[in-house]
Ligand binder design. Structure first.
Ligand SMILES: [Ca+2]
Ligand SMILES: [Ca+2]
Length: 147
């Protein structure tokens, strides 16, 4: 007999009150898992936003759901705007375009200004004043190994 009902992770970038209906599902377990299972959920679409994360268990004398070692971590490489794992001249060009408000294309998707938070977070390498020529210079220095 399968006692699984529902275990899911939800996120809201609006209200933290579930009754307001802002939470959307990030992850749903397909079944009750027999052992500890490491699960990573990509929060990139919410980068730079204040979010509420909810663990949603539904069941009545149903399966058990235990959560341990929960953490939110940042694993992006500052300056790697196109997320290809290195900071190179293509990131410099993207940063230059962003510094003057031109559309940028990352993984075949064009992003016009105003840019999404994840892009800004990767391009604003000095963490101040948004994306401007200072970030372009810093990314250029990093791309040629000076920093
Ligand atoms: Ca890159
Ligand atoms: Ca900056």
């Amino acid at each position: 007999m399968n006692w699984y009902n529902y275990s899911g992770v939800m996120i809201s970038s609006g209200s933290g009150d579930p009754s307001d209906g802002d939470f959307v599902q990030l992850y749903e377990s397909s079944a009750a898992l027999p052992d500890w299972t490491k699960k990573e959920i990509d929060l990139f679409p919410y980068a730079g936003e204040i979010v509420y994360i909810a663990f949603n268990y539904r069941g009545d004398f149903s399966h058990a759901w235990l959560i341990d070692a929960f953490c939110v971590s940042s694993s992006f490489l500052p300056g790697d705007i196109n997320e290809d794992g290195t900071v190179d001249i293509s990131d410099v060009i993207l940063c230059l375009r962003m510094s003057i408000g031109l559309p940028v294309t990352v993984e075949s998707v064009e992003y016009p200004a105003p840019y999404e938070n994840g892009l800004i977070q990767r391009a604003d390498i000095n963490l101040q004043d948004g994306v401007n020529i200072s970030d372009v210079i810093l990314i250029l220095r990093r791309s040629i190994g000076l920093d």
